[in-house]
Every structure is written in structure tokens, then in C-alpha cells.
Design a binder for this molecule. Sequence first.
Ligand SMILES: Cc1cc2nc3c(=O)[nH]c(=O)nc-3n(C[C@H](O)[C@H](O)[C@H](O)COP(=O)(O)OP(=O)(O)OC[C@H]3O[C@@H](n4cnc5c(N)ncnc54)[C@H](O)[C@@H]3O)c2cc1C
Length: 415
Amino acid sequence: MKIAIIGFGAAAIGFIERIKNENVELHIFEKSKDIYSSSISGIRADGKLFVSTEMGGDLEVNPVLQKELVDFWISKTNNKTFETGHSFLNTEYYKQFYSKGFQPVLADFYHLGTDQLKEVLFNIFEEYSNRSNIHFHFNQNIQSIEYNGSEEQKVNDQHFDKIVIAVGRSGHKLVKAIISKHPKLILDSTKVDLGIRYELPNHIVEDLNKEMYEFKIKFKSRTGYMVRTFCNNPSGYVVTENYGDFKTVNGHSKLKDKSKNTNFAILTTVQLTEPFNDPIGYGSHIAKLSNLLAGNKVILQTYSHFKNSKRTKNLYRVHPTMPEDQFILGDINLAFPRRVIESIIDFIENLDEVIPGVANPDNLVYAPEIKFYSNFINNDFFEGLKFIGDCSGHTRSIIYATAHGYLEAEKLIKK
Ligand SMILES: Cc1cc2nc3c(=O)[nH]c(=O)nc-3n(C[C@H](O)[C@H](O)[C@H](O)COP(=O)(O)OP(=O)(O)OC[C@H]3O[C@@H](n4cnc5c(N)ncnc54)[C@H](O)[C@@H]3O)c2cc1C
């Protein structure tokens, strides 16, 4: 069977790993120019792998399989070194957060670090490219495929028995092109996570960082919105993420090079109803408005100014880890909806009761941090065309994306 896989990220790797020893010929079309490209794959930053049934995607993945996939990624590092932690294994912490209205999320973490991810990806690529049934085609930014729902399945004019779309979030244009031809593929499209990246000195969250590495909590704010922490980076760095026509913020940490600050995202899930059907458009407009105010940069503000809607002009004790030329001191309230801002403030004020110092006036707030949910795609709709990983809307993490690819390959083998 001849299979085209568009994109070489976590989901594609899960798919290939499961199917590579079957009677298949795999052709991988990847838009990046080679394996060293900084734009290839989502597994480039941070590399926190987690085993959890409560986060990572809207997909059921057995924790045993999740741990096997974690071991797979670790096995591809050169030195097999990683940091680890357990979110809320300690019942005292669990009770402390729970008593203040937070829902703690249970998870085990294995942190590889940005520095090790490059070698992981390269080692996997090298192993696959030595196999006679796997063929890589780099520099192939696939804009459309020919698919009529039955026989006609072509990528770059070549016929395939199956086409697997694994383009992650950065491939949203290809997914959009396909679903505009086949709108029945979409099951749901109404959600977006809007929020900020919060940065504070390590010592405030030191105990939590030591105990869990990453603390994941959810909170129903007084506005009615659900707010959650995401991607905690002890001794980490806040960075910009470039989407081409706008910039957002993100965070990561390295295994060796440590900063004095911890950062994590605080995200509000905005779920709208009909006739709304463009969460990516809504999130992008808010990001663009933030960038417009900041002269095409991101906005940085102290927490007290964020709370009181005043422009920040000076910082005090907390020094940003983001390089100075990438942000403007400003007022996020000019770009974000009031209900989102109020939800974030409510979250921080309540968190301060569990972790004193979280609401210090000089802690740093960066915006916009936005997590887009891809359209939720119905993979049962077409036999010959499957969507795996983040582009399918079913996953939001390395392990869930890898598992999604792995499980789709398994279904195919069983058929
Ligand atoms: C900064 C950052 C840090 C993150 N940190 C973590 C973390 O620590 N832990 C975690 O679990 N998750 C993390 N994530 C999320 C994680 O990276 C993704 O959930 C995961 O990589 C999704 O895998 P995927 O295979 O679906 O997509 P990706 O891994 O994004 O792979 C998609 C591939 O498709 C290629 N592509 C895109 N469009 C086309 C096209 N039209 N034609 C050909 N090729 C195309 C891309 O170049 C890319 O190589 C992070 C994400 C970001 C942005």
C-alpha cells in the first residue's frame, strides 16, 4: 500500500512508528527545507512529555500506551537525560488547591528540554531515511490535494492509496482548503483559548516546581469562564511565536541554561455559539490588535497595571526573560475583551491565596497568548483520507499527537 503523509511532526512519527514494518511504501511531504530547519515539526520547543488522561487532547489514550510513547521519545535522545515530576501526586497540595476552588489536574511529566529535541528529531529521521520503504520529500509546501472521496487521491500528481494529513497547527491553510471542498468533515468549530503568559521570580513557586515541575490547575472564574494554567516553565524563558501575519507569546525552558524566573500561561476558554464559526479569525484579530498597539511586537505589563488598566512605563523587581527588542511596555486592556481580563484577574487573585506572592504588583504579564483549536475533524468520513495530530483538532500535545498517529496506523493495519 502506497501512503502519502503530509508533514513530519509528532503525529506523523507516531503513525510511521506503528506502520513502518508492514507492507507499505511511505512518502513524507514536508514543507521545511530539511531536517535541520528551525520550522520543522512542533517538537522543537521545550519537550515536556506527559502522561495524563485529563489533558493533551480530546481522545482516549490508554496511559500505558502514553508511557510507552514517552519512553520512545526518551530513547531517541543521545544521553537519555530528562527531568521529571508528578502533578498533584502529593495529596496535601491537592487538598490545598481544591479547598480554594481549583481543580488540580493529575499528570506525570518528563522534560527533555529544547536543547535535546533537535537531536531527537534528527536521530528519528536518520533511522527512517535508512529504510527502503520510507521516502522523504522536503521543500514540499502542499497547498492542496486531489481527493474526490473515492479513487482519485493525488498529492503532487502522484496517486496514493491513502493520504494522511499531519500538518499540525502551522498547516491550517491546507486543512482549510480541504474542508472548504468537503465541509462535512467538520464536527465542531467554536472554541479558542485567549490569555497571557505570566512571569514571576522562581522563589515564589519554588516548592511547587520542585514537587511537580508543572502544576496544572483549572478554575471556574466568577465570570463563568473556565481558566487554566498551561505550560509551566521553571527557570524558563518567555519567547515570541511568529504566525506570519501576527505574533503571540509562549514559554519554554532548557535542560542546562536556566533563568531566575518561572513562566506559565493563564488561558481562558472562550466558546461561542452559532452563527459564530471562526475561532481562528476571532483569536487572530485580537492578536493583531495587540501587535498593532505594540508596533508589531507583543505587550508587556506589570500585574498591578494589568489589574488597574494603566499603561506600564517602568518595571520594578522582576526582569523579563524576553529580549527587550521584542516587547513594548503597554496596556493589554486596550486589546483584550473585558470578560477575559476579569477571568484572568480572578484566577490570579485566588491563586495568591494558595501561593502567596503570585499576585505581587511587579510580576509580569505578556500578551497575547492564544491557543487555537483546530476544527474537530470526523476521521470516519473518508476511508482514504485521514487527519492526525493537532491539525485534526483531536490533540494538543506531543504525546497525544504521537498516540493519534499510532492509533490511526493501528486501525489501518487491522482493516
Ligand atoms: C512553542 C511550543 C512549545 C510546545 N511545547 C510543548 C511541550 O513541551 N509539550 C507538549 O506536549 N506539547 C508542546 N507543544 C505542542 C506540540 O508541539 C504539538 O501538540 C505537537 O507537535 C503536534 O504534533 P503534530 O504532528 O500534529 O504537528 P507538528 O509537530 O506541528 O508537525 C507538523 C509538521 O507539518 C509540516 N507542515 C505544515 N504544513 C505543511 C504543508 N502544507 N505541507 C507540508 N508540510 C507541512 C510542519 O512543517 C511540521 O513539520 C508546543 C508547541 C509550541 C508551539
